[in-house]
Design a protein. Sequence first.
Length: 91
Amino acid sequence: MAQIKSQIKRIRQAEKRRLRNKSVKSVIKTYIFKFNEAVESKDKDSAKEALEKAIKALDKAVSKGVIHLNSAANKKSKLMRKFNALMKASA
C-alpha cells in the first residue's frame, strides 16, 4: 500500500476515473448492442435511432478522453457499414 500522500491521492483519483470510464464504456456497449439487435431484426427505424445514439455516445467518449479518436472512428465505420447494408438489402 502506498505511504506517500501524493501516491495515496493518485490512487484515489485513478479509481474515480476508472469508474467514470467504465460507465461511459458500458453506455457505448449498450447502444451498439441495441443497434445490432435492430439490424438483426431488420427494423430500419429502430436501427437508425440506435445508430444515432451510438455515434453520439462514441463522440462524447472521445471528447471525455475515455477512448481514442481512431477507435471511435473504427467503431462508427463498422456501424455505418452494417446500417448501409441493411438499407441496401431492403431497397
